[in-house]
Design a binder for this molecule. Structure first.
Ligand SMILES: CC(C)(COP(=O)(O)OP(=O)(O)OC[C@H]1O[C@@H](n2cnc3c(N)ncnc32)[C@H](O)[C@@H]1OP(=O)(O)O)[C@@H](O)C(=O)NCCC(=O)NCCS
Length: 164
């Protein structure tokens, strides 16, 4: 199993994988695959990693710039992330996240934020202190990992590609 940056030949496989992985999820609005295409087109796909095995793409994660109270401040957002349904719960998702966080940290990023299930993302160091907000969501779902600087507070906003 190899984790590497996306290449143009992967774009369709990433799209299909993302659609398939999100389809059964109650919180999905069916736009996640398209968000990745829009991030790429806007130059906002800062890091896009795939897991490949025997020529097949088994997982994908995207990182893009975010703002907190309107300022970028070196912060990035994680997502969408997908693992092929038959290969979930085997550590692929966490391996992708760990690699992506390493790369972001090495770039000098301040930190990374996401919206998601704390049971999943606390495993790789994400947490919430209630200071980061997103719409009217429970702040426990709005998690971040700080690489440098102080823990951020304020309203998190994702790249325009997430708005449609
Ligand atoms: C979320 C997702 C990317 C996780 O990838 P994964 O490869 O299955 O995750 P891992 O195997 O690395 O998970 C590690 C741990 O996270 C937790 N976890 C993973 N998926 C979980 C789930 N659906 N519910 C609760 N905990 C989960 C578990 O604690 C798991 O460890 P365990 O299997 O030892 O209990 C994958 O399930 C997926 O593609 N889901 C559909 C798309 C999606 O919902 N994306 C995220 C939106 S926030």
């Amino acid at each position: 199993m190899l984790i590497r940056y996306e290449a143009p030949d992967d774009f369709d496989a990433i799209h299909d994988l993302t659609s398939t992985a999100f389809k059964p999820m109650p919180y999905s609005n069916g736009t996640e695959a398209e968000i990745i295409r829009r991030l790429r087109a806007a130059g906002d796909l800062t890091i896009s990693l795939v897991v490949e095995e025997g020529g097949e793409i088994l997982g994908h994660v995207a990182f893009s710039p975010v703002t907190i109270d309107g300022a970028h401040g070196g912060w990035f957002g994680l997502g969408p992330i997908s693992v092929k349904p038959e290969r979930q719960r085997q550590g692929i998702g966490m391996a992708l996240i760990t690699k992506g966080l390493e790369l972001l940290n090495a770039m000098g990023a301040s930190g990374c934020a996401l919206i998601g299930n704390p049971d999943i993302y606390s495993r790789v160091g994400f947490s919430s202190d209630g200071q980061l907000k997103y719409l009217d969501l429970d702040t426990r779902l709005v998690q971040r990992i700080v690489f440098r600087g102080s823990p951020p507070g304020g309203t998190l906003q994702f790249a325009p590609a997430f708005e449609g």
